[in-house]
Design a protein around this ligand. Structure first.
Ligand code: ADP
Ligand code: MG
Length: 599
């Protein structure tokens, strides 16, 4: 990048330097957008608004005092007197715009992922409107001029490198990692303890601060600005750069900005070229927009996630070269001796939930004791997943209460429940697909382990996943994906682990292996387990007690054998007709078993 810029400005001194400067300013703007849009997965149109604020706030600091006094009568006296060099104005502008962005972000970042982009359009339109309306502070739609022209490439280059550094570092910080996790899967990020709103707000504000700096540089590059410069056309150009390169990677931003800046510079020249006139053709207005649109469509069609999608070449620099494996599992002492005692770990009292009048769960109560394994069985649609969702705060109960270790946690948000010590897996696996297996697990350990990386690798080793630690989770085969999800849940250092059909889709060997692993994890970490399961062998081998749900009601509970013989359970699974016969057969089977054992 550096070489290309240097070469450009040497090869064609005047124009080359200008194109290189524009490229660098665009690059810092696109990288700023990537910090929010790329890492949170939320499309933003509002950042061009923050870019314009950067330019206008910057004008207050860098325009000559006389200019300000003449053109901006609304400016307070002390601001009129300020006359800073551009480089000193950059951090001030970043702070000021950061403050504005943080206040706006308080509402935007709370919105659901699919409606937030609409709100960001609103942000752009409102900022634009304010710039036009606040005539005494901005000259309205009239151009504001008098900016000192940029001298050479040093400032754009320095700022582009600064944004590049911030983006690369933010990507691997705990907050950056959490933001990317919320992009990949918001629900399981929350279930892993991530406060999605908080990390989004940080990304949003940081991104606005950076782009405000590019806005100020752009003002000094152009020397004349008006609100029109910072509106949809500019926004589409920046989005094109981000999308063409691949918005989720920093490298993609560099490549995309280079390509699109080159493309639009070339087309801009063709648009007004003299040979067009000489050839008797009219000037081609709108050619650059057309070419940009074409480029976006082509990329969307051929490579929907951009030229450099997901895989960040630079991420290797940050990864520890050799995965540190902890001491072998056998050498590690168990954290808590795993003996079921009478203390209730999780208590559910009278939970009820209806969906649009359909009763999914009615008046369910049970206790999960410390160190116990409880299996929850029941036909499809009997409310098992609903129960897990209620306990983990994904949905709110209509009635009833949930206690963890004696503390009421009813209605707490999923990330709160996770932080208090309830981890879960999902019936339809929810991983952070684009993140590496190691990062999936590390994410959950960020706030609970002294060395999250070491803890992640330790768990991956335990679950036989060490060899795929650096593979994106989305590329794994089914059985291993299940294990990653379990490793991630355990990484949260929970006291209660809820597993929603962990062996679904597994063959007998795989589920037997999984039962072994769960037994070991439970013993080592002192977990109390609630497992939703269909596999009979699995239930019998693993569980201390079994709960049976049918049509939202708890119809039986007891040891695996007791429940197996319960006529209501048999009825629920096989229908009333079969109940009597089956009960009889069971008893005969049992006699046979006893006879065999005696022999
Ligand atoms: P299980 O996990 O035992 O198969 P679920 O808890 O998924 O059963 O579903 C119980 C009942 O609640 C089903 O009738 C299902 O259609 C309904 N249900 C579950 N979640 C929702 C939801 N978010 N909206 C509407 N109905 C739901
Ligand atoms: Mg279910």
């Amino acid at each position: 990048m550096l070489l290309a810029c240097a070469a450009l400005s040497f090869a064609i001194p005047e124009t080359g330097t200008r194109v290189a400067a524009l490229f660098l300013i665009n690059l810092s703007a696109v990288l700023s957008i990537v910090v929010f849009m790329g890492f949170s997965g939320i499309m933003t149109f509002g950042h061009v608004g923050f870019m314009s604020l950067g330019a206008y706030f910057g004008a207050y600091l860098t325009l000559p005092t006389l200019m300000k006094a003449q053109f901006l009568p609304g400016l307070p006296g002390w601001l009129v007197a300020v006359d800073l060099p551009v480089i000193a104005a950059v951090p001030v502008v970043m702070l000021a715009v950061g403050l504005v962005a943080a206040v706006i972000g308080l509402s935007v970042c709370r919105l659901p992922t699919d409606t937030a982009p609409i709100a960001t359009i609103g942000v752009l339109v409102i900022i634009h409107g304010v710039l036009i309306g606040a005539r005494d502070l901005t000259r309205g739609i009239q151009p504001l001029f008098g900016f000192e022209a940029l001298d050479g490439l040093w400032l754009p280059l320095g700022f582009a490198l600064f944004t590049l550094g911030v983006a690369l570092v933010f990507r691997v910080t705990p907050t950056g990692l959490k933001l990317q996790a919320s992009r990949d899967n918001e629900l399981s990020a929350a279930a892993s303890g991530v406060e999605v709103f908080r990390v989004r707000l940080i990304g949003w504000t940081l991104s606005a601060m950076l782009i405000a700096g590019s806005g100020l540089l752009l003002a000094h590059y152009l020397t004349v600005i008006s609100p029109r410069q910072f509106y949809f056309v500019q926004m589409f150009a920046l989005l094109a750069m981000a999308i063409v390169g691949g918005v989720s990677t920093v490298t993609g931003a560099v490549v995309g900005t280079g390509l699109v800046t080159a493309l639009s510079e070339m087309t801009r020249r063709i648009e007004g070229a003299s040979w067009l006139e000489a050839a008797g053709l009219p000037p081609l207005f709108g050619l650059s927009q057309l070419v940009l649109a074409g480029a976006i469509l082509f990329i969307m069609y051929r490579r929907p996630s951009g030229l450099i999608a997901w895989r960040e070449p630079s991420s290797r620099w940050f990864a520890r070269p050799q995965a540190r494996t902890g001491p072998a599992a056998a050498d590690r002492p168990a954290i808590v001796p795993a003996a079921a005692d009478a203390a209730p770990m999780l208590e559910v009292r009278g939970l009820s939930k209806s969906f649009a009048g359909v009763r999914a769960l009615s008046d369910v109560s049970f206790v999960l004791h410390r160190g116990e394994t409880l299996s929850l069985i029941g036909p499809n649609g009997s409310g098992k997943t609903t129960l897990v969702n209620l306990v983990t705060g994904v949905i709110r109960p209509d009635a009833g209460a949930v206690f963890l270790n004696g503390e009421a946690i009813t209605g707490n948000a999923p990330q709160m429940v996770a932080r208090k010590g309830i981890a879960r897996t999902f019936q339809n696996i929810r991983l952070f697909e684009t993140m590496s297996v190691a990062d999936n697990v590390r994410l959950a350990a960020l706030d609970v382990a002294d060395d999250p990386r070491a803890r992640a690798f330790e768990l991956l080793t335990d679950l036989g996943l060490a060899d795929v630690a650096q593979t994106p989770a989305g590329e794994l085969a089914y059985g291993r994906r299940r294990r990653v999800e379990i490793a991630r849940a355990v990484a949260l250092a929970p006291s209660v682990l809820l597993l929603d059909e962990p062996t679904a889709g597994m063959n007998e060997t795989e589920s037997a292996d999984l039962a072994d692993i769960l037994g070991q994890l439970k013993a080592r970490f002192g977990l109390s387990l609630l497992v939703i399961e269909h596999d009979q062998a699995f239930v019998r081998n693993l569980s201390d007690r079994v709960l049976v749900l049918n049509q939202g009601e708890l119809i039986a509970s007891g040891t695996p054998d007791e429940v197996r013989r319960d006529s209501r359970v048999i009825e629920a699974y096989l229908g009333r007709e079969a109940a009597n016969d089956y009960g009889q057969e069971e008893t005969e089977d049992q006699n046979q078993e006893i006879a065999t054992e005696r022999n």
